[in-house]
Design a protein around this ligand. Structure first.
Ligand SMILES: [Zn+2]
Length: 51
């Protein structure tokens, strides 16, 4: 699945590729390339990838 997440610190949206389901998570803590540090990221939406 493809996830669109938004950094709560800088507000930049970006695409995240993960194979597991993070739908039930309100926010995830991971590295933001804009902030250049780990931040909380809000999950905006997700999309199924069709081959
Ligand atoms: Zn950021």
């Amino acid at each position: 699945m493809v996830w669109v997440i938004k950094c709560e610190k800088c507000g930049n949206e970006r695409i995240l590729y993960v194979s597991y389901n993070i739908k039930d998570m309100d926010k995830i803590y991971l590295y933001c390339p804009y902030c250049k540090r780990n931040t909380f990221n809000k999950i905006i939406r997700w999309e199924e990838l069709n081959e």
